[in-house]
Every structure is written in structure tokens, then in C-alpha cells.
Ligand binder design. Structure first.
Ligand code: GAP
Length: 504
């Protein structure tokens, strides 16, 4: 097992052990690609939402938020293109009877070649001092051969995917001799399209019921409310509408924990601009969004942009912000210049005018849109994967610590009486009561103090306040820092200001 696979397994089991994430319906053996957030998970998730909302809505005078319904008129999804084109190419293996996403089979094949390149780099890095991986990639014969192979396959793959050429995808699987991971055979069916939207019925009887969909993205709720918000909020272009909410996709390949789920949350912002100014705003939002990520104090090397070369029919620029998860660099956020495609499509299908009168230009037009769209669950996963650390201590023991950025941590402070007697629990409860209004706190009096510190490290609590014998004499407590494990003594009266300063 590679170090990264090992790390990922540890993150998954740690998440369950400490109440961050549980498999859904566990007593019935779970439900594929569906997860529940536990008592700590919900706190971290809420903090991420708050961080995004603050940065995207409250810090901008020209961006407002909405919360639109999950159910929408079925025509919405016809206009948006989701009914006709929101498909995954699926393929079945006739021997194992297992179903796969054809594109994922090819991506995995490419990833295996990538892994070979990485192995060559790791080997060489061990041999040479001052090793330059970029130079090695550009000059080593074997690596160049692997890279040429990747480029060749990727070109065929991207062409087949963008033209929706199912026969070409099947041919690629045959040509690459990709086998079923279960049966080991190449006995494949043809590739078929499978729509990712969940459908249900709305109406009193089955005869009169309409098919409605669980929304696969939150963006359409924003497009449909464009005029409502613009008029009632007296918004002037350029302006944005943001939303956080659930989205649903019938993902067939359940993999990588909460990375790809059937029910997940998106944090999306549609920025409405003058036609012709969209590429300027696209660049602006690219930079703004990466700044938001970098402010989390996660190594900048963990992020990279992946600009799309082949664009969807409605976009004239698109990029992904990729994050280095333990299973490689993968999409965390998408930034898309969606032109006027969505508003135009709704205007046409509904027959209602969706235009903005620009007083400066003295003309009406359908605005262009730049979208930023990030998966809340993927952001959560990025944070916990990055935070999980096992540290070898001087006494030989191993400390598991979640280095979650303090302002996102589920609990900001734990209040701990050294022992369960001599008035310490009562004093600790008084301190807790005073802190609770401003900080999410935990109280813990069970087990020896060392074990309690370790428990707080494991859930990422940045500070522990301990009430000890000296507290009872001089009204001071110790404050312990999660990252340095150092303790200072401060007056009870100063706890509030000290925490505020440390958490800023
Ligand atoms: N409105 C644009 C849109 O929905 P997308 O690239 O399909 O674009 C945006 O999704 C983000 O939503 C992705 O970058 C990812 O973070 C998240 N996302 C998409 N599908 C997901 C899934 N099945 N599970 C978890 N997150 C998902």
C-alpha cells in the first residue's frame, strides 16, 4: 500500500472514530456514495460555509445571496441542457456483470502511466542531490516516452468525450486492452449514455403527476431569480448572486469517500457582467478564488489551475482549481465563463424577457455570466486530508493531530479541570459559561489530562484551558497551543481577549 493510500484510509477511519463523517444508513450496510456528517463534521462544515459566505457575499457590496428551492419546474432542466446532455458514458463487463464509467476506466489507465512517471522521479530524487523534478521530466528519455503516450491517449479521449462519440470511447477501451478489475476480462458491452439526474414525481395521482428532478446544480436557481434579485435589490451590473445548497447526481461510480457523492453541497456564485467584459471578470474571479484558498494556510503547492482546452458549448473560458488529495490532483472548484447561454435558454423556453437595462449604455441586453462553483464536501475533504498528521514525539509516542486552520476548527477551545475535585469542575464550568457565547467550546473532565489533550489534538481544537490547583489560589489558568503543545499561564479575566487575538 502506498503512503498516500495509507493516509487516505487513516483519514476515513479517523473521521468516523471522532464523529466527523459516518456512512449513511450504516446499520443496513450503508448506501453507496451517501454520507452523514456527525457532531464534529457539521461544525467544520458550517464554518467552511461561513468562511465562503463571508468572503463571497458579505465582503462584497455588489454580491447578494439567495436560497432557492431544490425542486424546480421540469422545463428548467430542458432549457439548461441537463435533460439531453447531462450524461455519463457507462459500460458493463459481461463476465463480472459490473458497471463502470467508461471515461473513468480510461482516466485510471492514464493515471497508471502517471504513476510510472512519478516512480521514475522518486527513484532519481533519491539518487541525486539538488534534484530538479521539472528538468528531469523534460529530459529523461523514459519519462518523455510515458508522457508522449499520455498525450496521445488524452487527445483521443478528449476528442471522443467532447464530441460525445460513444463508439470512439469503446474503441479506445479496446485498443488500450483495458480489463475489468473484477473479472480480468475484456468482454465489454457497447458504451451507453446514462442521465445523472434523479427524477421523482410531483402531483396527487400517478396519472396527473409531473416528473420533477432533484437539482443537479444550484446555479439554475440563481439564473431563474436573476430578475427578481436585480429588480428588488436594485442591483447594477456587474453584480453577483451566491447560493449554498444541496445538489444531487446519480453517480454510478462511488469512489474516494466524500469526493464523489450522490447528495452533496455546492457553494456557487454567478457574476453577471456586460457582454464583452466576461473574460476580464473570469481572470478576476480566478485570482480571487485562489486567494481564498491560499488564505487557509495550506501549502500553495497543493493547488494548481487546470485550464480547459476543449470547452463546453456554452462556455468561452473555463478552469478548474485542482487540489492534491491523497489520490492525486483532482478538481475542487470550477470557474466558468458561461456566456449568456443559460439566461438566453430560459428566455427562449419560457417566452419571458430576461434582460437588463444598462443606464450607462442606455441599452438592454442579456448579461454574460462568470460562475465560481465549489463543492463544499470536497473542500471539507481537502481540509481534513491536509490537516491529518501523525507526529513522532521525543518520548517515542505518536501524536495524531488535526491541523485544521483554527478559525475553521469545530471547537475553538476546550475547558478542562485538572482533576474532578477541589472545586475545579465548578470553576471550569464558570469559565465555560463565560466563553460559550463567543466561542464554540467543549468541556471534558474524563481521564488523565494528557489523554484529554491528545483527544483535543485529534479533533483539531486549537486551544485548551486548564483549571488547576494554582487557579484556585490566584485566578489564573494555563492555555495550551495545539500546534506547539506549549502552555502559558494567563489570568481568567484575560482568556477572552487572548483567544480573540490567537484566533484572528
Ligand atoms: N454549476 C456548475 C457545476 O455544477 P460542476 O463542475 O459540475 O459545475 C462544481 O460542479 C463543483 O461541485 C465541482 O468542482 C465539485 O467540487 C462539486 N461536485 C460536483 N459533483 C460532485 C459530486 N458528485 N460529489 C461531490 N462534489 C461534487
Amino acid at each position: 500500500m502506498s503512503n498516500n493510500e495509507d493516509l487516505f484510509k487513516k483519514v476515513i477511519s479517523h473521521s468516523k472514530e471522532y464523529g466527523f463523517i459516518f456512512p449513511s444508513s450504516e446499520i443496513y450496510d450503508g448506501l453507496s456514495a451517501v454520507y452523514d456528517y456527525g457532531q464534529l463534521g457539521v461544525e467544520l462544515k458550517n464554518n467552511i460555509k461561513q468562511y465562503w459566505w463571508k468572503a463571497m457575499v458579505q465582503m462584497h457590496e455588489n454580491i447578494v445571496g439567495i436560497d432557492s428551492a431544490i425542486f424546480m419546474h421540469p422545463s428548467v432542466w430542458k432549457a439548461s441542457g441537463h435533460v439531453d446532455a447531462f450524461n455519463d458514458p457507462l459500460i458493463d463487463n459481461k463476465d463480472s456483470k459490473k458497471r463502470y464509467r467508461a471515461d473513468v476506466l480510461i482516466e485510471d489507465y492514464i493515471q497508471k502511466i502517471e504513476d510510472k512517471i512519478q516512480k521514475e522521479i522518486d527513484k532519481a530524487a533519491k539518487r541525486f542531490e539538488n534534484f530538479d523534478a521539472t528538468l528531469f521530466r523534460q529530459t529523461n528519455g523514459r519519462v518523455l516516452e510515458y508522457q508522449a503516450r499520455i498525450d496521445e491517449i488524452s487527445k483521443c479521449f478528449v476528442d471522443a468525450m467532447t464530441t460525445n462519440d460513444l463508439a470512439a470511447i469503446k474503441k479506445l477501451i479496446d485498443d488500450l486492452a483495458i480489463v475489468c478489475p473484477v473479472s480480468g476480462s475484456r468482454n465489454w458491452t457497447e458504451v451507453r449514455q446514462f442521465n445523472l439526474m434523479f427524477a421523482t414525481q410531483m402531483g396527487s395521482t400517478t396519472e396527473t403527476a409531473d416528473v420533477v428532478y432533484l437539482r443537479p446544480e444550484t446555479a439554475q436557481g440563481i439564473f431563474l431569480n436573476f430578475l427578481n434579485v436585480q429588480k428588488t435589490g436594485r442591483m447594477k451590473i456587474p453584480f453577483g448572486i451566491a447560493q449554498i445548497g444541496k445538489a444531487f447526481r446519480n453517480e454510478i461510480v462511488a469512489r474516494q469517500f466524500i469526493f464523489r457523492m450522490k447528495e452533496f453541497e455546492q457553494m456557487e456564485m454567478q457574476f453577471f457582467v456586460r457582454p464583452g467584459e466576461e473574460l476580464k471578470w473570469f481572470e478576476h474571479w480566478k485570482q480571487e478564488r485562489i486567494k481564498w484558498h491560499h488564505a487557509l494556510d495550506i501549502s500553495e503547492n497543493k493547488y494548481r489551475f487546470h485550464d480547459h482546452e476543449k470547452l463546453a458549448h456554452y462556455a468561452n473560458a473555463a478552469t478548474d482549481i485542482e487540489f492534491e488529495f491523497p489520490f492525486g490532483f483532482k478538481e475542487l472548484e470550477g470557474i466558468h465563463s458561461r456566456t449568456d447561454f443559460d439566461l438566453n435558454a430560459h428566455q427562449q423556453l419560457s417566452g419571458k424577457k430576461i434582460q437588463y437595462f444598462d443606464p450607462e449604455l442606455n441599452e438592454s441586453y442579456v448579461p454574460y455570466v462568470v460562475e465560481t462553483s465549489i463543492g463544499l464536501d470536497r473542500m471539507f475533504l481537502a481540509i481534513i486530508c491536509n490537516a491529518y498528521q501523525e507526529e513522532q514525539l521525543e518520548d517515542g509516542s505518536v501524536r495524531t493531530v488535526m491541523n485544521i486552520p483554527p478559525f475553521l476548527a469545530p471547537y475553538k477551545v476546550a475547558v478542562l479541570p485538572l482533576v474532578k475535585k477541589d472545586g475545579m469542575p465548578e470553576m471550569a464550568h464558570d469559565i465555560l459559561k463565560n466563553l460559550q457565547e463567543n466561542f464554540n467550546c467543549q468541556y471534558d473532565e474524563k481521564d488523565a489530562i494528557g489523554r484529554r489533550y491528545r483527544r483535543q489534538d485529534a479533533i483539531g481544537t486549537p486551544f485548551c484551558i486548564t483549571v488547576d490547583n494554582q487557579t484556585m489560589e490566584d485566578n489564573t489558568v494555563t492555555i495550551r497551543n495545539r500546534d506547539t503543545m506549549l502552555q502559558n499561564r494567563i489570568a481568567i479575566n484575560d482568556i477572552h481577549t487572548t483567544l480573540n487575538k490567537l484566533l484572528q
